[in-house]
Write a protein that binds this ligand. Structure first.
Ligand code: NAP
Length: 361
């Protein structure tokens, strides 16, 4: 049977995450990009002109995007009605403005799959890592009631930093995680930057990323929460403490993780739990799903951002250096590609899950 396909718009298409969307949608089996949108600064220009020197992908601008004229995400919102089946959204605007823009699209009956922070705390907006909490999509029904929509809704993905450690902690929850401490070493593309636009990072480490530590500690609790009534009730634990550093790496967030358990597993049990961990994306054979979600490296000097971030097209999570600790039970290293699994790729996978479950019909 021919698979159903969907027309999609990319809002924020000229940005770092938007460029990833533009690249990932080239030849996508389910999603056809038909509209690229950005600010009024870019609107009316052909995409290559609008993105200009900011193009930061390793591959050239896809052919389909070369003649597309960028639309204004705010002024042209109504024009998308009937033109797209849903949108991806990754914009750099104030939180209130993003909230309003995304709700406006949802109320126009255009589902929004968002990379933005603005709605992550909204109780009836699911924040989904598809392998972990696909069941949270059930809250969309309550959100549609609140918004007064039939098909419009907002679904978001979590912050990119979490992606390097939450998928590694999740399959270990059966051992009762007491607490975890993480330090993340985050790539400059996470700030929408390249080495050309962030020269101050060369030969340097910057020990502060605004808002990142709070997100890294709080967002896992929503992901580990449950749908109850008209919202998602966050989990009480496990408690996570986080420090987030910006490092001179182009792509790929690394996490150094320490963890203690109620019932300490053996090292072999942890490795087995990681090897066995799969979720709905694998069961449904979604096009962007990694075949093996967690890849464990036995070598002492892996995973490395430069060598390993593209594992399974940047959609897998890498782990290594699992060993006992003197203060906590264990420590290990995690790595994930921040603009692929951590941003655009994770959102494309979420959209594939939403499509498979009929949310765009
Ligand atoms: N980079 C990452 O790894 C990452 C990971 C997860 C989440 N995110 C989130 O994704 C979002 C985008 O991040 P980014 O790194 O891609 O940012 P970015 O490179 O600065 O790009 C921002 C995009 O927003 C557009 N924009 C700015 N003001 C606008 C307006 N008033 N109306 C419509 N569009 C507007 C820009 O269009 P113009 O070119 O026309 O100015 C551009 O397309 C942010 O919310 C960020 O927190 C980023």
């Amino acid at each position: 049977m021919q698979q159903k396909t969907y027309r999609v718009g990319v809002v924020g298409a000229t940005g770092m995450v938007g460029q990833r969307f533009v690249t990932l949608l080239d030849g996508h089996p389910l999603f056809t990009p038909v509209a690229l949108l950005a600010s009024a600064r870019s609107a009316g220009k052909k995409y290559p002109e609008a993105v200009g020197e900011k193009w930061a992908m390793a591959t050239p601008i896809p052919a389909y995007a070369k003649d597309m004229v960028v639309m204004d995400a705010e002024a042209d919102a109504e024009k998308l009605v009937g033109m797209v089946d849903f949108i991806f959204c990754a914009v750099n605007m104030k939180k209130d403005e993003i909230k309003a823009l995304e709700e406006r699209y949802a109320k126009l009956e255009i589902p929004v799959v968002s990379n933005n922070y603005a709605h992550r705390g909204t109780k009836d907006v699911p924040m989904v890592i598809p392998e972990i909490n696909a069941d949270h999509l059930a809250v969309i029904e309550a959100q549609r009631k609140r918004l007064g929509t039939k098909r419009g809704f907002i679904a978001v993905k979590s912050n990119c930093s979490l992606q390097s450690y939450v998928p590694l902690l999740h399959p270990l929850k059966k051992y009762g995680i007491k607490c975890a401490a993480v330090t993340t070493y985050q790539a400059i593309s996470g700030a929408g930057k390249t080495f050309a636009t962030m020269p101050e990072i060369v030969d340097n480490v910057i020990p502060y990323i605004g808002g990142e530590e709070q997100k890294s500690e709080e967002e896992p609790l929503k992901i580990w929460g449950r749908v109850e009534g008209s919202g998602i009730v966050g989990a009480d634990g496990p408690v996570i403490t986080a420090q987030c550093l910006r490092v001179p790496v182009s792509d790929g967030h690394t996490a150094a993780v320490f963890v203690s358990f109620e019932k300490k597993p053996t090292k072999e049990e942890i490795l087995q739990a990681w090897a066995d961990f799969a979720g709905e994306p694998q069961a449904l054979h979604l096009p962007s799903a990694p075949k093996q979600f967690i890849h464990y490296f036995e070598e002492d000097n892996r995973p490395q951002a430069k060598l390993d971030r593209m594992t399974e097209n940047g959609m897998a999570v890498c782990a290594g250096r699992l060993r006992e600790d003197t203060l906590f039970d264990y420590k290990f290293i995690g790595l994930s590609h921040n603009t692929l699994r951590g941003a655009a790729g994770g959102a494309v996978l979420l959209a594939e899950l939403l499509a498979a479950k009929g949310y765009f019909d």
